[in-house]
Design a protein around this ligand. Structure first.
Ligand code: AMP
Ligand code: ZN
Length: 507
């Protein structure tokens, strides 16, 4: 346990609508049990690679997870994120590819974990897959039928929305508004068009399980109610997801859970992240601005790879409740900033990382409804301070004792920078290494090489032997360096495929 004094404030969707949709109502977070803070986040449907929009809730709730672990202690937080491995999109993929559902879902789950780890996300404590909780879903549905909140009709079981008076409260809608605004599926077996499916029949070639209502499979919403109950209990602290899930998915989860466990509150705090766009436009395959996390990590369509840490930084520079725009320009800025911080830290050498070194202003910013953008500004200030402290140290080491000594040592500032950044999942040792391929720290070396090639060129003009110049130029191009020769001199600049390891031995 670290510092339980820290007060975390969160915009709670649940109470925001109770007061006023327009006010930014924040609640002080008070866990039910500080020894076991419990959070559930809706996970992916696993049939394809995650696109970069899918990474937003993962990164947002990973930061909240890290903050909760910092405040309550790593062993006092339980984070559950499910895998939806039963869904018609998965069935369609199996039919299209001729592969088994299990093969597709296993492969996609592994991709998802690899990609999310690459952007610095910790694995949640529990990652249940829906198909392992079918029994729990059937029991919950049976209870809902018994208590009159659900009814069976034509092989289906439907939840009767009129049986739950608070239906629509989270998203601030009435049942009539919902019918008018939503594309509800009208079906003859529904008593009310808003009633939603808890169980539906499967044909022989569809995945299915035996149930009191015949061979079938669950509707989407029931899985989160069943899994959160099994793993976190009937009332837990935080429930998260993208705001596209607020209606109908989260409304339905609340209705099912609160009716199945009369008197329980389900989740006390609801957090919703806003959506991500690309270069100002909604991401879509037809606009050609759709890409997966893996596309970015590996490089796609002639673009250079974007390191996972850089992707993460870009996400954190926008508050989670604001729409976020992914742009190549932001990625470039983020890359430069992180490379600089990493370079400064490596100049310090061994840096102490522990929770006592977290900057209080950083923690205050992050505890204020996860204001990651402000928290990054505090890190930026520490980066500046570190740069100044190192400069002062360097100057004084070469005998310039008139140079003012920094008020805090580079070791102290570096410890604060790194310890704080790690709560955002940045400057972690395992996410590093990419910056040694980055151009910034090689600027002096490229300078030397440009001098060398200039001298060789002057010599070549006299000897008429251009082979050494050509060989050096070829080696530079091979290392991803752009070479511009003019009458006034030679300019070298690291290009997008710059690889510093190939410069070894050229000087
Ligand atoms: P899906 O695969 O569409 O069911 O989405 C899985 C998760 O990604 C959900 O939590 C969604 O809220 C989230 N998500 C999907 N698209 C976006 C987007 N463009 N921006 C942010 N989150 C998204
Ligand atoms: Zn869910």
């Amino acid at each position: 346990m670290t510092d339980r004094q820290t007060q975390i404030k969160l915009t709670n969707t649940k109470t925001r609508h109770k007061t006023n949709t327009k006010t930014r109502h924040k609640d002080v977070f008070v866990p039910i049990d500080p020894d076991n803070v419990r959070m559930y986040v809706c996970g992916p449907t696993v049939y394809d690679r995650a696109h970069i929009g899918n990474a937003r809730p993962v990164i947002v709730f990973d930061v909240l997870y890290r903050l909760l672990r910092h405040v309550y202690g790593a062993d006092h937080v339980t984070y559950v994120r499910n895998f939806t491995d039963v869904d018609d999109k998965i069935n369609a993929k199996a039919a299209e590819t001729g592969r088994s559902i299990r093969e597709i879902t296993d492969e996609t789950m592994q991709w998802y974990l690899d990609d999310m780890r690459a952007v610095g996300a910790l694995d949640p404590d529990k990652m249940p897959r829906a198909t392992e909780y079918i029994g729990a879903m059937i029991s919950m549905i049976e209870g809902l039928v018994e208590s009159g909140h659900a009814y069976a009709a034509e092989g289906h079981v439907l939840f009767a929305v009129e049986s739950y008076k608070d239906y629509g409260k989270l998203s601030g809608r009435s049942i009539d508004d919902m019918i008018a605004g939503a594309r509800v599926e009208v079906a003859p077996y529904k008593r009310n068009p808003m009633d939603f499916v808890l169980w539906k029949p499967s044909s022989e070639d569809q995945p299915g399980w035996d149930s009191p209502w015949g061979y079938g499979r669950p509707g989407w919403h029931i899985e989160c109610s069943a899994m959160s109950y099994e793993l976190l209990g009937e009332t837990f602290d935080i429930h998260g997801g993208g705001n596209d899930l607020m209606f109908p998915h989260h409304e339905n989860e609340i209705a099912q859970s609160c009716c199945a466990h009369e008197g329980a509150g389900f989740a006390n705090y609801w957090l919703h992240n806003e959506m991500l766009q690309v270069e100002g436009k909604k991401m879509s395959k037809s606009l050609g601005n759709f890409f997966t996390v893996r596309d970015l990590l590996d490089g796609h369509d002639g673009q250079a790879p974007v390191p996972g840490e850089v992707i993460r930084f870009v996400f954190l520079s926008t508050h989670y409740r604001k729409p976020m725009d992914w742009t190549a320009e932001k990625a470039e800025q983020a890359r430069k900033k992180l490379a600089k911080w990493r370079r400064l830290l490596s100049e310090v050498g061994e840096v102490t990382v522990n929770e006592n070194h977290v900057d209080p202003f950083f923690l205050e910013a992050l505890s204020n409804d996860l204001n990651t953008a402000s928290a990054l500004k505090v890190l930026d200030g520490l980066g500046q301070e570190l740069s100044n402290a190192l400069l002062s140290k360097r100057q004084r080491a070469v005998g310039d004792l008139n140079y003012p000594e920094s008020s805090r040592s580079s070791e102290v500032v570096a410890a604060e920078l790194k310890s704080s950044a790690q709560i955002l999942g940045l400057l972690l040792d395992d996410l590093g290494g990419w910056e040694t391929k980055s151009s910034d720290q090689y600027a002096p070396l490229l300078d030397e090489l440009s001098k060398k090639i200039s001298v060789e060129r002057i010599v070549a003009m006299q000897t008429k032997d251009f082979a050494p110049v050509d060989a050096l130029k070829t080696a530079l191009l091979d290392a991803g360096v752009e070479v511009r020769m003019s009458k006034t001199g030679v300019e070298l600049e690291a290009g997008p495929n710059f690889d510093a390891s190939k410069l070894e031995g050229l000087l």
